[in-house]
Each structure stands twice: as C-alpha cells, then as structure tokens.
Design a protein around this ligand. Sequence first.
Ligand SMILES: [Mg+2]
Length: 186
Amino acid sequence: MRQGKYTKFIPNEYQKSVKNIDFLHLYQAGFRTVFIDIDNTLVSYKQHELTEDLIAFLNQIESIGFKLLLISNNNQERIETFVGKHPFPFIYSAKKPLKRGFKSGLNRLNETDVTKVVHIGDQLMTDIYGGNRMGFYTILVSAIERKSDILPTRINRKLEAFFIKKVKKHQKALYESRLRPYVETL
Ligand SMILES: [Mg+2]
C-alpha cells in the first residue's frame, strides 16, 4: 500500500473517534504497541487533565496486552499536567512527523519491531505522515474539537487540505475508503 504517489498521506484506517477503534482485533492481527496522540485525539486543547473515563479507556487497552505510549508535539507543561500522577508513559515535544520522537517512544517501550506498532492521531501532516514514514499502522481519527486547534495545527490543516486533494486525484480508491469519511466530518 506504500507504493504510489501520496500514499504516505493515507492512513491505514479511519475511525471517527478513538472509542470506535477495535483494539482486540488489532491485537489479534499481531499488533503489540499503541502510540496515541493527545491533543484533539484523546481530548480537546481545552481539557487539561485525564478524566476517569479516559483512564478506564487507556487501562482497557493495556489490559488487552498492548504496550501504550502517549505521544504529543505539545510542550512539557501541557503534557505533564495532563498525565499527572497516572502511570502512563508519555513523550512531549515529539516533533512529529520527524522520526526522533517516535524512536524515543520505541526505546521507552522496548519495542524493536515497527510493524507491531499502531499510531493513532487526528492530524494527517504529523500523526499519519509521520507514522507512515516509520512503517507503523496508522489510524486517523476526527479532531474532538477542531476549533480548539492551536496556531501550528491550523497551519498544518491547510497543508492537510492540499494533500487530501492530491490523494483524491491520484489515489481515488484509497481516498474513497479512508479519507472521504474523514473529510465528511470536517
Ligand atoms: Mg493532535
């Protein structure tokens, strides 16, 4: 699927929300590590702390057998406040789509096989492009509250719209199955 023009801008899967992802199925398919973006993937930019509901959700992923990492481009203060006293491993200032933060994440979890990693996020330019570059299985979700996007993200959204058009033109079938449902939520 990585062959052809603009395929790095196509997720392996689209789901409206993280809550719609079938983690049991992913585990049965052989995946063992889950990387999850925070801002507008787990919570809006306005929400500063983990909720009981989200803690239960993350615990559930781990209880299936996955190693879990919260990985964000946002800063230390935001991410440390968000994770708080909870024992979830995290990486801030990850600089997605660059590889460095992802590689730190792999080291942190002792994961040596990129084909066993799922990366979930709400941005095509950082989460999906970056995850695809690493060879991860990528899942795009719709932003929780798009109008809460911070400035760098709003710029990325303009780039995202450009690449979605390219995918639509050059990868019609993949666009229809994996990006049209996303575009329809915008
Ligand atoms: Mg995000």
